[in-house]
Write a new protein. Structure first.
Length: 448
């Protein structure tokens, strides 16, 4: 057996330790044990390094071709997308006007002679406001009065003449009736006698004369009656004509008299004299505007609206405004279809009582409803709409550090919010301030 090999047993341990053998250059040596190169700790550390490198590479590849811009957060307006009640309305400005206004126009031309009331004064129906002078009209009234008097005189004379004619006709008729009675009696006295008795009393010539006188009296009586009837009708017709002329002159005089009364301008209704354009000595033409009276029975509001909404505004639509802390409702009563300078007008009346202390000419800021109240996703209005037209917006990520361009769709709007149709969900944050400083086609904004 070789000398360097020892057979050991567990009952006989070696006489010397390996260290003494190596130091003494003894016969036997131990084999060196090496540590493993890839320990679990080194494997875990290498995996972490590889993962980090992979993530960095992915980030570099993901950002490749993406246009980014660093912006300051304090320069932005960031709004949260919300879901809630949505009311489409537009802001309009209205002017308070009286519910009813009566205008004063000059019915007759003339020169202002006297002014009885001042602007702003309360007037009652029938109160004189001013007086005009018109010498020509006054002369016309005098001429009409003189013409009426002549017509009345002609009527009186016509009636007197008719009565005289009737008296003469009646007298002549009485004489004829008397002569007829005599001639009838003389004739009838001999008419019933026999021829022998008649011949004994009268000659035939005398009998025929009595007969002819009687028959003439009968015909004369009939002619006189017919003539009297015709004369009476003619006289009556003349009187009727004279009466008609007098009545016509009286109506003309009444009309001219009213024209003369119109020179004194009176309040047609009770109310407030809000305008009176008349100075003593000033000439006014017929039909010229003198002033106006506002009736104090209520108020309305006249508002002007952009013509873009003309097909969406109609009678019965409502609007609201705030007077102090109290809201009031108005209803469109009338829509004026004429468009002037790109705008049209509507009249609104108060639903219920008007606010106390409201005055003519006061300006009201009204929220005019264009649709019904319903639920909708909405985002605050802002300057971003001018750059995007509502087709896209920058939406923040969950960390709020990056804003990415995203396609969206907006619908209805009001002065506070836009209705969101597509692209945004409640709770997301959107940059709603202006995008003008970001440049064109920027993909990502990095917030600092």
């Amino acid at each position: 057996m070789p000398a360097n090999i020892q057979i050991l047993s567990k009952d006989h341990p070696p006489e010397s330790s390996p260290r003494s053998t190596r130091l003494g250059g003894g016969v036997g040596m131990d084999r060196k044990i090496e540590k493993p190169r890839f320990t679990p700790k080194r494997i875990a550390l290498g995996g972490a390094v590889l993962l980090l490198v992979g993530l960095c590479g992915y980030a570099l590849l993901a950002d490749f071709g993406v246009r980014k811009l660093n912006v300051g957060r304090d320069r932005l307006t960031i709004s949260t997308v919300e879901s809630g009640p949505f009311q489409e309305y537009i802001p309009v400005r209205g002017t308070v006007l009286p519910l009813h206004t009566v205008y004063l126009d000059a019915l007759e031309s003339g020169q202002v002679q006297q002014v009885f009331a001042e602007e702003g004064a309360a007037v009652a129906a029938g109160d004189p406001l001013l007086r005009l002078a018109n010498p020509d009209l006054e002369l016309t009234v005098l001429q009409q009065e003189a013409e009426l008097e002549r017509s009345r005189e002609a009527l009186r004379n016509g009636r007197l003449t008719m009565e005289q004619e009737l008296l003469r006709s009646r007298k002549a008729l009485m004489e004829i009736e008397y002569q007829l009675a005599i001639n009838k009696r003389n004739f009838e006295r001999y008419e019933n006698l026999s021829a022998e008795d008649l011949t004994a009393i009268l000659s035939r010539q005398e009998y025929e004369r009595l007969r002819d006188e009687y028959q003439y009296s009968v015909r004369r009586m009939a002619l006189t009656q017919e003539t009297q009837t015709q004369d009476s009708l003619l006289a009556s017709s003349k009187v009727v004509q004279l009466v008609s002329a007098v009545e016509r002159m009286e109506r003309n005089l009444e009309i001219v008299g009213r024209r003369l009364d119109n020179l004194t301008v009176r309040a047609p209704v009770s109310g407030q004299l809000t305008m009176l354009e008349a100075e003593v000595g000033e000439s006014k033409g017929a039909g010229g505007r003198l002033g106006q009276i506002d009736m104090l029975d209520g108020f309305k509001v006249r508002a002007t609206i952009d013509e873009h909404y003309i097909d969406r505004v109609g009678r019965g639509q409502r609007g609201q405004f705030d007077n102090g802390d109290e809201p009031y409702t108005l209803v469109i009563h009338k829509v004026y279809p004429e468009v002037k300078e790109g705008r049209f007008e509507v009249d609104l009346v108060f639903e219920g009582a008007a606010p106390e202390g409201i005055r003519r000419g006061q300006t009201l800021h009204i929220r005019l409803e264009l649709g019904d109240l319903d639920e909708a996703v909405q985002v605050a209005r802002g300057g971003f709409y001018q750059a995007t037209g509502g087709h896209w917006a920058y939406v923040l990520d969950a960390a709020g550090e990056r804003a990415t361009r995203r396609a969206i769709a907006l619908g209805r709007q009001n002065p506070r919010v836009y209705e969101v149709l597509e692209g945004l969900e409640p709770g997301e944050q959107v940059i709603t301030s202006s995008y003008e400083t970001f440049g064109e086609n920027m993909d990502v904004l990095v917030l600092r």
